[in-house]
Design a protein around this ligand. Sequence first.
Ligand code: SAH
Length: 243
Amino acid sequence: MIGLIGAMAEEITLFRENLDEIEMKTIARMTYRRGMLKGQEVVLLQSGIGKVNATIGTQVMIDHFDIDQIIFTGLAGGLVPNLSQGDMVVANTVTQYDFDLTAFGRRHGELPDIGRTLEADPRLVKLACFAYDDSYKSVPNAPKLLVGSIVSGDRFVSDPRKIEWLQREFGAVATEMEGAAVGYTCFVNDVPFVIIRSISDSADSGAADEFDSFLVRASENSFKMVSSILEVMTYRQEAGEMA
Ligand code: SAH
């Protein structure tokens, strides 16, 4: 079963509307909806914002459902100039940029015994790229797709100095508040994961306004991309290509 997680209600609205719901469970104030979406059995969750919420939601989901992979989706601030609102980012690695043991000589984001970055599942990253090509290749003015490093922290970034630091220190292309927490929780549970983000803002001084005005449009793009991933999974299964 596939776990689908988004932080905010607006980010999962279209998923909820399109889900053929079979079962609903509320645990630790979060609601898990199991059902069918685009031919796949999924559990859908709105985790709430931030790393703690994302961690609780991911762990409870893994504990209570037969999850074999997790897709987290939502919005993010772009950190590189060629990313515009609506463009898509697929994380190949995630880092908790605000994890700070630099007082002990460690690097920013470095977790003892683990390191700075966790790798998203390469098969899911490839599948996301394939699904993007499938749904956007011949579409004029389609959003761009970038695969790269996503950094997560418990802060809405709206500061040009922070953008430069995140880009230079981590080689990151986008920043948000949940991906690395989901990645870490999946890593310790041996569950493959991928983070799919639609760019809502430039993480610059006007980011909060950009975010508010683009929330619905960017969420549509995430829904379209994740739906297309599920469709590819379904037709590959039907063709007997993938277990
Ligand atoms: N409008 C909300 C807060 C949104 S926080 C409120 O008032 O409560 C932004 C959400 O989108 C987070 O879930 C985060 O993962 C993502 N995000 C988008 N742009 C971001 C940015 N520039 N910095 C950090 N997170 C961002």
